[in-house]
Design a protein. Structure first.
Length: 255
């Protein structure tokens, strides 16, 4: 895919603004993944370049999609194949510090460093088996758990609060919201998270913290494992499919 000069300018500007901030506030796993991914600060990396760094390390692969905000069913069907989709949409110049929609900078800069790490993809591997067997209510809960962990989670390292979630990592405004000390931080537990609603068009009013990736994995397992153990695959859907390329998606579903 060929990117426009404007898209590369946005990438270059965001990369320069966020790199020193994440180096100070991001968790150690993210920083290790950042080094693994070897992103060019001057231009948007190709899928081939990304897969060269990700696939040999964790077995996951990256695909591009025209979607700007997909419903969760095709998203998790792709997860079942260990495929992480990244959008070809880039935020506008007016949305540099905060965009309500996930864009390619969020996907690549925020998520993909983690996808080079097996301890992180082990968590991503937990989502699809549960989601495709979940009721509609359980699907909403799974999305909420993803929102407050892999998107907007925090982790404690050496007594300090560090950024874990990709939604915070890829937004200077979100990072400033965290480090300001104004947003309440609660322990990440199933009970705590499922009581809260996602804030899509504004900064989150509350965030959740865990002490390690292993602790997060164990906590998610309390909710996911009983659902994933069901024999029957449900795949219920109530959302409108946004991604034209995935409307006719038909493939085997792997647990």
């Amino acid at each position: 895919m060929n990117f426009t000069n404007e898209q590369n300018k946005t990438w270059r500007t965001l990369f320069a603004r966020l790199r020193p901030v994440v180096e100070e506030h991001a968790c150690s796993d993210y920083l290790a993944g950042f080094r693994n991914l070897k992103m060019d600060p001057e231009r948007i990396p190709s899928v081939e370049e990304l897969n060269e760094q990700i696939a040999p390390r964790t077995g996951w692969k990256i695909e591009r999609t025209k979607v700007r905000y997909s419903d969760a069913v095709p998203w998790y069907l792709k997860f079942s194949e260990r495929i992480f989709m990244i959008t070809d949409y880039m935020r506008t110049w007016e949305e540099l510090d905060f965009t309500p929609e996930p864009d390619m900078f969020h996907d690549i800069f925020g998520h993909l460093p983690f996808m080079t790490l097996k301890q992180y993809t082990a968590i991503q591997d937990m989502f699809a088996p549960a989601f495709i067997r979940a009721t509609l209510e359980e699907q909403e809960n799974i999305k909420r758990l993803a929102w407050f962990s892999t998107e907007f989670g925090l982790i404690k390292e050496n007594g300090e609060v560090k950024i874990f979630g990709a939604g915070i990592m890829s937004s200077k405004g979100e990072i400033e919201n965290v480090v300001s000390g104004k947003v309440p931080i609660l322990p990440f537990t199933i009970e705590n998270v499922l009581k809260r609603n996602k804030a899509i068009y504004s900064f989150n009013k509350e965030l959740f913290i865990f002490n390690s990736v292993e602790e997060l994995k164990q906590e998610l397992g309390k909710y996911f494992d009983p659902i994933a153990a069901r024999e029957k695959i449900i795949i219920q859907r109530k959302e409108k499919i946004v991604d034209r390329e995935l409307k006719d998606l038909k493939r085997p579903i792997f647990p």
